[in-house]
Ligand binder design. Structure first.
Ligand code: PMV
Length: 329
């Protein structure tokens, strides 16, 4: 009753921000992302009678706070599988967690795949994305390969709110995202609390929602046609609109730090001087710079010379979640 899975983080090109059902994690809007090969979590799960409670260890540290309700997620999986045993879960990431690099997405995706396998469940990809979504919304996109869409869905039971690949990684192998790490501090407001507060108090939240479907159409068209300008312009504007809703909640949520603004302005200056690149930012301070392979070397080198940038991680379109025999324990 032991299994190990590897999953990549994903970075949204059209963001998910806000739940219409917090128990099932059903979003107010659909979203589109790229699964990133450079930001990885490996998780081993074992169910055994000797464990008197569920234990979760991430990067050698036992987790005591359970912001993402991981224990609730394990209970759900145990129920589905008809198991009584508790589990030991050990995760390793190759990037800092909880700093806006979508660590919860790769973590929950790897955990869900490993836990279902260890518990004897055998789910198809769509069912796996639905179950993963109930653990952490954006994680459902990390189950699938390449460019992914998480469909909002209409049904109240969430059965049509799943993620699927809209283009495999081989469709656009030149697309790159340079994730900058500007601080290794944990962020102050988690996405769960942040989005709930936004839905409740942001006067512009309805306006945000009224523009997202058009962004999804444009980004999907851009991906299909490998139109970098269309994807970059749409993704950058979508990110700014999301941050505008965050900043106008009560109390305001400002994820940006001075270094964030430095990289925003740097990206715009590079673009104005003729190198196509665009930025996107999630619920944290780190900036992700989208570019094409032909400009990667020069942009990455320049970024690493900025005082604001501690380091960068380059991501290309990556694989969905997979099982492996390389157990951590
Ligand atoms: O799924 P969560 O709770 O980690 O929320 C993710 C929210 C954003 O990263 C800001 C946007 C997104 O679509 O990934």
């Amino acid at each position: 009753m032991k299994a190990t899975a590897i999953a990549n983080a994903n970075i949204a090109l059209v963001k998910y921000w806000g739940k219409r059902n917090a128990d099932l994690i059903l979003p107010h809007n659909g979203s589109v992302s790229m699964t990133c090969d450079g930001l990885q979590t490996r998780t081993t799960v074992e169910f055994a009678p000797e464990y008197s409670q569920d234990v979760l260890v991430i990067n050698d540290e036992e987790m005591r706070k359970d912001e993402k309700d991981i224990m609730g997620h394990m209970e759900r999986i145990r129920k589905m599988a008809g198991l009584k045993e508790h589990a030991k879960m050990v995760s390793e990431t190759n990037f800092p967690i909880a700093a806006g690099l979508a660590s919860s997405a790769s973590g929950l995706a790897a955990l869900t795949l490993a836990a279902t396998k260890a518990s004897g469940l055998s789910l198809g990809e769509r069912e796996l994305t639905i179950l993963t979504r109930m653990g952490s919304g954006s994680a459902c996109r990390s189950i699938v390969e390449g460019f992914a869409e998480w469909r909002r869905g209409e049904k109240e039971d969430g059965s049509d709110s799943y993620a699927e690949t809209i283009a495999p990684k081989s469709h656009w192998p030149d697309f790159r995202i340079i994730a900058t790490i500007l601080t290794e501090k944990k962020k102050a407001v988690g996405s769960r609390a942040g989005m709930a507060q936004t839905v409740k108090t942001c006067p512009y939240y309805k306006e945000w929602l009224s523009t997202v479907n058009e962004d999804i159409r444009s980004v999907k068209k851009g991906i299909q046609e490998r139109d970098f300008t269309l994807v970059g312009e749409t993704a950058e504007f979508n990110c700014l609109k999301m941050h505008a809703t965050m900043m106008t909640t009560k109390p305001p949520i400002v994820y940006w730090i001075p270094e964030t603004l430095d990289v925003i302005h740097w990206t715009r200056a590079m673009r104005e001087s003729g190198t196509p690149c665009y930025f996107t930012i999630d619920g944290g301070p780190q900036v992700k710079v989208m570019c094409l392979e032909k400009d990667l070397k020069s942009l990455d080198k320049e970024l690493n010379t900025l005082d604001s940038v501690l380091k960068t991680v380059v991501c290309r379109p990556g694989d969905g979640a997979v099982l492996t025999d390389r157990h951590i324990f």
